[in-house]
Design a protein around this ligand. Structure first.
Ligand SMILES: [Ca+2]
Length: 423
């Protein structure tokens, strides 16, 4: 461990002592190195406060909204999948898969997950249903996979399984293991004050309208690897549901390129959705300090990291470029500093809030839920901030069948909030 890392871990340890929730937050964005200490008031995230019992009612631009707690005492819930019969599957990042049936959280986790390394902000991430789930009961999930002989040596993996609705998964098998193994000592010397190998994973997965599975793979705080197309660090990948490579991927057959690459140049993409009308893919991404991004994901594009960012490197090294670089795609929106820390996103298309149709719902760690208006041409406009007073780190958002909205709080005492129209 070199001196910079020791200083950083020292800072993290001190923050962990100050409060568990705060310590977890600090791992998402490492504190500034000792050479440029950040004042206490400029901590990377505001401390979360315990979630009250609710419900809460708010006056918003779309009228009254009603917010209640659907489930609580979830440990850092990360993703939510809605089954055709109303059952929900929820991942808890430390490595549990939970079911909510008839609105009640089963106290017993579903068995059958593979070994998962939850160090830092690793663990179990996304869960999605097969497009033909009603017929085949197949699910897919992403997680941090440890090497058998060294559990610190890890990579992002995607597995599939069948679930009959009971207490265990069956037919569990990896369909994709990223060629991004990292974390075993000795650690390489890295630039820019980057954080530990247990962060910046990405981890979102999505079935696109084309029936292909998209995987958001983060840079692991090893950004030097991202502009190298012969690995899976910092890429959005596209595979068939059986793990094979689609023949129409942009770099199939290109010397030196991983054939799964759909786009490159990503740091920590934590949101990935298909627009319900246009079918376009959109992604949110954590920058370093500031430089959080909303990106329109286009086949074969390069989104710039680690060379192009509107954020600030943690050691205050200047970015090589900020925007407008030939061959690199700039974000549609960039946020911060201070960091917004965007979670997963949803373009609202439900019935409950017709005023929100076409708008982007963007949960954040620092400003609650943002509703960003989009016009017919797909251009973002005004933003309304919702639920900020709850002071929760919001990770994921989903629109339910009646247009109700579910929001996951990424807390050690995490919860699922349900938003409906107020009376
Ligand atoms: Ca970028």
């Amino acid at each position: 461990m070199h001196l910079g890392s020791m200083r950083r871990f020292g800072v993290l340890a001190a923050l962990a002592l100050a409060g568990a929730a705060y310590g977890a937050a600090a791992q998402d964005a490492p504190a500034a190195p000792a050479a440029a200490p950040a004042p206490a008031a400029a901590a990377p995230f505001p401390r979360s406060t315990p979630l009250g019992s609710g419900p809460w009612d708010y006056e918003t631009q779309a009228g009254k909204i009603h917010v209640e707690v659907l489930a609580r005492r979830l440990d850092r819930p990360w993703s939510l999948a809605q089954l055709p019969d109303g059952t929900m599957l929820v991942t808890e990042r430390p490595g549990r898969l939970r079911a909510i049936r008839d609105g009640k959280l089963d106290p017993i986790a579903i068995a059958g997950l593979p070994p998962i390394n939850p160090s830092g902000i690793g663990g179990l991430y996304d869960v999605v249903l097969d497009p033909d789930f009603a017929a085949n009961r197949r699910i897919y999930f992403s997680y941090v996979k440890p090497a058998e002989d060294n559990h610190d040596h890890t990579t992002l993996a995607v597995a599939r399984a069948t679930w009959d609705g009971g207490m265990a998964l069956a037919d569990v098998e990896d369909i994709f293991v990223a060629d991004a193994w990292y974390g075993a000592q000795p650690w390489p010397k890295r630039c820019c004050g980057q954080g530990p190998a247990t962060g910046s994973w990405g981890g979102r997965i999505l079935f696109g309208p084309d029936g292909k599975l998209y995987i958001a793979s983060g840079d692991r705080n090893y950004g030097e690897m991202v502009q190298d197309p012969s690995n899976h660090f910092g890429k959005i990948l596209r595979i068939n549901p059986d793990g094979s490579v689609p023949a129409d991927n942009p770099f199939v057959g290109k010397e030196g390129w991983k054939p799964e690459i759909w786009t490159s140049g990503h740091r920590n993409p934590l949101g990935l959705v298909a627009h319900p009308q246009t079918g376009e893919l959109w992604s949110t991404e954590f920058g370093p300090r500031g430089g959080d991004e909303l990106n329109r994901i286009e086949k074969g594009h390069n989104y710039g990291w680690i060379d192009v960012t509107q954020g600030q490197h943690y050691n205050n090294d200047p970015a090589k470029a900020v925007k407008g670089v030939a061959g690199m795609t700039d974000p549609v929106l960039a946020f911060g500093p201070p960091s917004l820390n965007p979670g997963n996103i949803a373009f609202y298309d439900g019935a409950a809030f017709p005023e929100w149709r076409g708008d982007l719902l963007l949960p954040s760690f620092t400003k609650g839920l943002l509703r960003i208006e989009f016009d017919q041409a797909g251009k973002p406009g005004a933003t309304e901030e919702l639920l900020g007073d709850l002071k929760q780190r919001l990770r994921d958002v989903r629109v339910g069948p009646a247009g109700e909205v579910y929001i996951l709080t990424d807390e050690t005492e995490g919860a699922i909030l349900k938003v409906t129209r107020g009376g």
